[in-house]
Ligand binder design. Structure first.
Ligand code: AP5
Ligand code: ZN
Length: 215
């Protein structure tokens, strides 16, 4: 199964994508996580990506598309994958379709996690991230067992650099201008499914499972 997650920053794409990946035993590919891993490792890609991410802008397509395409050609993607944070504009979606077509494949579902902008700021300011293993928490909606410590790997949890309110505002603008048009793109392709992302996490997950089927 090949799935694309759509939704505003903070809609819960990452939260749901991790659960879906586990349930269907497919890799979870988050372009944001790949960039953050590169920033942490101090690679050239990381330095470049950071200059855009810190401003809430998109990393240029010439960097992002090639990186994603290399990743989906890896062996573990043969059985399917879930993309979280890619595509983020029409050219990225078109490149993805083209590459899949070349190997006679296609995206099966685009799941839009729908959350109004008003809820987003609240979610982002409460999010705490583990930059070591990629786990995500929320101080009130999904707190770690021990305050500011990752349940999985015991590293300290932090507020992401791009979760400051002024950067979140910019990310939302970028979302509306560049990413939201993908809803129509996938609707036209007949594979768009929308879930109400304001429900609690388990309900959102149950709604997604009812769309994807229980294995
Ligand atoms: P990326 O890391 O992809 O960030 P994003 O899309 O803005 O999404 P987030 O990770 O912020 O949110 P999410 O929807 O995954 O929400 P989460 O599950 O964490 O990208 C970061 C940057 O990298 C971009 O700005 C860009 O610069 C660059 N980039 C990445 N991909 C790119 C691309 N393809 N092209 C160009 N540039 C790219 O949930 C949020 C919070 O809410 C958490 O605290 C969570 O616990 C909580 N929560 C989740 N679900 C619920 C619920 N149902 N109820 C209550 N709380 C909930
Ligand atoms: Zn961790």
């Amino acid at each position: 199964m090949k799935i694309v997650m759509l939704g505003a920053p903070g809609a819960g794409k990452g939260t749901q994508a991790k659960k879906i990946a586990e349930k269907y035993s497919i890799p979870h590919i988050s372009t944001g996580d790949i960039f953050r891993a590169n920033i942490k490792a101090g690679t050239q890609l990381g330095v470049k990506a950071r200059s855009y991410m810190d401003k809430g802008e998109l990393v240029p397509d010439e960097v992002t598309i090639g990186m994603l395409i290399d990743r989906i050609h890896e062996q573990d993607c043969k059985k399917g994958f879930i993309l979280d944070g890619f595509p983020r504009n029409i050219p990225q979606a078109e490149s993805l379709d083209k590459v899949l077509k070349e190997i006679s494949e296609k995206i099966d579902f685009a799941i839009d996690v729908d959350v109004p902008d008003e809820n987003i700021i609240k979610r982002m300011s409460g999010r705490r991230a583990c930059l070591n293993c990629g786990a995500t928490y929320h101080v009130s909606f999904n707190p770690p067992k021990k305050e500011d410590i990752c349940d999985g790997c015991s590293h300290e949890l932090v507020l992401r650099d791009d979760d400051k309110p002024e950067t979140v505002k910019k990310r939302l603008e970028v979302y509306h201008e560049h990413t939201k048009p993908l809803i129509d793109y996938y609707k036209k392709a007949g594979i768009l499914r929308t879930v109400d992302g304001t429900k609690d996490m388990d309900k959102v997950f149950a709604d997604i499972i009812s769309i994807l089927g229980d294995k």
